[in-house]
Design a protein around this ligand. Structure first.
Ligand code: SAM
Length: 347
């Protein structure tokens, strides 16, 4: 479709990275137009150029921009004009998304708007799809809610793709429990939700967790009934062992560096290989390739730390390097709880 404007949403603080990534990748074919924190629209510069559905790994949602609306009736007018010939889904979500989660009252505001839009559209006979699972090509109306009710509503749409988030805005409503050792718990739960892996029954399966200390992600795996072998030179939180006991699963901590592992002693074909080591990708990827070659994990969930603009600008290169050793498909995104890092899932 030759729509003149695209939109992207992103993490707070990733706007500059997103702009650099899109400028480099599309060679000036898309230039920034309207900008607000965590929302950038793009003018499609070259006639006949159709950008891909997903514009960047640093964009949580990418789509076609329909512009700003001041009322529900303006939104319903746009939807009628869309004349969707395929299932239409509605995603209303806040523009501002703090890394530890959107406050309940903000969700309440966007939920109330979503209910108003659904009601208005029902009156006009537009049908919404709410059944799961999503299918590639399902049409999603993105309603992006501003910081106050006075701010116009941003409207866009996108087609669902295998790597797209199914939670509105890529924001699953998962909150970090107080009793877990680190916020890596939240990152892992968001990664599982993104890929629909939260629905898998992983009880009794094994995970290898590289860079496991103090144990947030390990805790999430144990809570799912998995046995976990954790590798880290640092200390684990004492609650991790207690949790393993309570869940009646095994947890073992090897206090060593990932580069020094005895590969033959590792579990073969674990259900999940996790890596959250805080080293730059050029240092961590060779270890990961060697370990994955030896163990052939069925799924990988990797956090790539991109702590400098130079590393961020090499994200594509690092993702390609992962594709060379990991099971397909390999998808990358910046999760809501990610800081200067991206999440890759493989398998
Ligand atoms: C962001 S923290 C991991 C948080 C952890 N995944 C959790 O769920 O709590 C990064 C960890 O990588 C570990 N690390 C750094 N270099 C490492 C290496 N070469 N091998 C194993 N772990 C390493 C650090 O000790 C640190 O605990």
């Amino acid at each position: 479709m030759n729509a003149p404007f695209r939109f992207t949403t992103c993490r707070a603080g990733s706007e500059a990275t997103l702009k650099r990534d899109i400028a480099a990748h599309f060679n000036g074919g898309l230039t920034p137009a309207f900008m607000k924190p965590q929302l950038i629209t793009w003018k499609v510069r070259q006639p006949g150029f159709t950008p891909p559905h997903t514009l960047s790994h640093f964009a949580r949602v990418s789509g076609i921009s329909l512009g700003l609306c001041h009322s529900v009736s303006e939104i319903t007018d746009h939807v009628r004009k869309l004349d969707a010939q395929k299932p239409l889904r509605l995603h209303a979500f806040p523009r501002i998304t703090p890394e530890d989660g959107v406050p309940t009252e903000e969700w309440r505001r966007s939920d109330a708007l979503e209910a108003d839009i659904r009601h208005a559209l029902q009156q006009t006979g537009v049908q919404w799809e709410t059944r799961l699972p999503y299918a590639p090509g399902d049409l999603i109306l993105d309603v992006i809610v501003g910081e106050t009710d006075a701010e116009p509503i941003f409207l866009g749409h996108h087609e669902h793709q295998p790597a797209s988030h199914t939670h509105p805005g890529g924001l699953p409503r998962i909150t970090l429990p107080e009793a877990v050792p680190s916020r890596a718990w939240l990152k892992l739960e968001q990664a599982l939700a993104w890929r629909g892996w939260d629905k898998l029954d992983l009880r009794g399966e094994t995970a290898l967790d590289l860079g496991c200390a103090p144990g947030g992600a390990t805790s999430a795996l144990l809570q799912r009934g998995m046995h976990v072998l954790g590798v880290d030179t640092g200390d684990m939180d004492s609650r991790v062992l207690q949790l393993a006991k309570a869940q009646n699963v095994r947890f073992e901590h090897w206090r060593t560096a990932a580069g020094r592992l005895n590969l033959t002693a590792l579990p073969h074909e674990p259900a999940v290989l996790l890596c959250d080591i805080n080293l730059a990708p050029p240092d961590v990827l060779p270890h990961l390739a060697r370990i994955q070659d030896a163990i052939q994990a069925r799924r990988l969930i990797l956090t790539l730390k991109l702590n400098t603009p130079a590393l961020e600008d090499r994200a594509h290169e690092f993702i390609d390097a992962v594709r060379r050793f990991a099971p397909a498909p390999v998808f990358a995104t910046q999760l809501a709880a990610n800081r200067r890092e991206i999440c890759l899932t493989c398998g």
